[in-house]
Write a protein that binds this ligand. Structure first.
Ligand SMILES: [Fe+2]
Length: 211
């Protein structure tokens, strides 16, 4: 059954993996872990979510012909974290940009290349090491502590790629920066492509001990 078709008689909801991820990530944050632990354990949870590609509804995996786009899948009520699907049309790529908060990137479908940069003394972005190629199931970790600037591109010129990102804020409203090759820095707020969220709560069991 395609992920977007819902049958009330089915014991499982296609979005169960997303709901389980939200619950597990919330439990992880409730422990108030150090960022190192958070990113390590969070990467493990995200790896499990992107280990299968049968749950993301088509509406949240739709490419735009002119530019990449990101769809909000879930935002924590305290905006401690958000989950987005990032959809690349063939050959699309981002400008060089930062995030200002920690991030986890899990590859769901296709592949992407992430080229890290650092700013030199004049604010000009300089390539920092080899690009990271993500294939389905892979997870990349980002943090202002570890290095927060990169440029990401669809590894394919002839097909769509999709990754699932988790950020340490409501990323669509965070004030961030893009950088030109010549060191010009411009502020941006990414927003989201969607006005409606997926609903993974239709088959949720009540929390333990509650009626
Ligand atoms: Fe990024």
């Amino acid at each position: 059954m395609p992920a977007h078709e819902y049958n009330a008689l089915d014991p499982l909801d296609p979005l169960d993996p997303l709901r389980n991820f939200v619950a597990a990530f919330s439990r992880l944050l409730e422990r108030r872990p150090h960022e190192t632990t958070l990113l390590e354990e969070g990467a493990g949870l995200l790896a499990r979510l992107v280990a299968r590609d049968d749950w993301l509804p088509d509406a949240f995996a739709a490419p735009h012909p002119d530019h990449y786009q990101q769809f909000l899948l879930h935002c924590d009520s305290a905006q401690r974290f958000s989950i987005v699907s990032f959809v690349w049309g063939p050959g699309q790529r981002t400008p060089i940009h930062d995030h200002t908060v920690w991030g986890l990137i899990g590859m769901l479908r296709g592949a992407e290349n992430s080229q890290p940069y650092v700013l030199d003394a004049n604010g000009i972005p300089v390539v920092a090491g080899e690009p990271v190629r993500l294939s389905p199931g892979d997870v990349e970790v980002l943090s202002p502590r570890l290095g927060d600037i990169h440029r990401v591109s669809n590894a394919y010129d002839d097909r769509v790629s999709v990754s699932i990102h988790v950020y340490g804020a409501n990323i669509g409203v965070v004030h961030r920066s893009v950088f030109t090759e010549t060191g010009e820095r411009k502020g941006f707020v990414s927003g989201y492509a969607n006005a409606q969220l997926p609903n993974p709560w239709r088959k949720a069991a009540p929390p333990d001990g509650k009626p």
